[in-house]
Design a protein around this ligand. Structure first.
Ligand SMILES: C[S@@+](CC[C@H](N)C(=O)[O-])C[C@H]1O[C@@H](n2cnc3c(N)ncnc32)[C@H](O)[C@@H]1O
Length: 269
């Protein structure tokens, strides 16, 4: 049995890197940032970069940081492979005030990364962002709908098989290990059968998540001088989102049925 941390593996190397996802993200960002005067964008949890690369393709001056050297190295490859040589460095997003030397028109944290820290960490992130944004700068964060997950507290999700051939069947399951304080660890279980016989089971762990409710995030933004400008249902961008439900197209009314959303906030002074 092998036990591995997901950010030390290649599991996220190609996240959102397919042509289809790149195109979808470009269309989404084009609409999300429409009407704002943005040139420089820094993603503070860039991972392997697939969620952020579409912004470079749209012509923004993109840079990125992360705490995972493994994923930063892959981000360098992914951007270089698309013809972009961008500034990428190691930094903890709870210490942006010290870690970032420049100021930016937009700071972002993509891919449900912010809930890797507790509410105090989120507050540190927003405070640091306020210090490193140009006046009127934007703060963009996307995340799973933790309000909904806290109501449902799922414990087991069967995902699409990774391989399904006559010889090999590789299944993927996600186990949600909820702690007493409502923090949660995801364990991804891969089970491989070859020629009808079980071959191996491996366990890949995601670091702890601290569920972040929309109202709590909004209150933290207000405390640090930000106003929420727009919220987006982005279930169409993140196929990992839970089952898609009927919606009317209005964020507040749909909220309970949204699996993954983004918040665009603006620094007020
Ligand atoms: C789910 S991945 C998302 C990566 C990327 N944004 C994407 O959409 O593919 C979460 C990322 O958050 C990073 N991360 C976690 N805690 C962090 C912190 N305190 N500061 C900076 N990055 C962090 C991880 O290393 C990982 O790359």
């Amino acid at each position: 049995m092998a036990v591995i941390s997901i950010y030390d593996t290649s599991a996220l190397y190609n996240q959102n890197m397919s042509d289809r996802q790149q195109q979808r993200l470009m269309e989404f960002y084009e609409e999300a940032f429409h009407g704002y005067d943005v040139d420089s964008i820094h993603d503070c949890s860039i991972g392997a970069g697939g969620t952020t690369l579409p912004l470079a393709r749209l012509g923004y001056r993109v840079s990125g940081s992360d705490v995972s050297d493994n994923l930063l190295a892959k981000a360098r490859d992914n951007f270089a492979g698309a013809g972009y040589d961008i500034d990428l460095f190691s930094a903890d997003f709870t210490r942006l005030g010290e870690a970032l030397k420049d100021t930016y028109d937009c700071l972002m944290s993509t891919g449900n990364s912010l809930p890797h820290v507790d509410e105090e960490g989120v507050s540190d992130f927003v405070r640091g962002a306020a210090a490193r944004l140009n006046p009127g700068g934007l703060l963009y964060v996307d995340m799973r709908n933790w309000d909904r997950l806290l109501l449902e507290k799922p414990i087991f999700t069967a995902r699409d098989p990774l391989v399904m051939t006559a010889e090999e069947h590789r299944s993927l399951y996600q186990i949600w290990n909820w702690n007493g304080d409502s923090s949660v660890e995801f364990v991804f279980v891969t089970s491989t059968d070859r020629n009808g016989r079980h071959e191996k089971t491996s366990f890949t762990y995601a670091p702890t998540y601290y569920p972040l409710r929309f109202k709590d995030y909004e209150a933290i933004l207000h405390r640090h001088g930000f106003a929420v400008r727009r919220c987006f249902d982005i279930d169409h961008l993140w196929t990992l989102a839970p089952d898609v439900r009927e919606k009317c197209g209005e964020f507040a009314a749909d909220f309970a049925n949204i699996g993954w959303y983004a918040v665009l906030a603006q620094r007020l002074n």
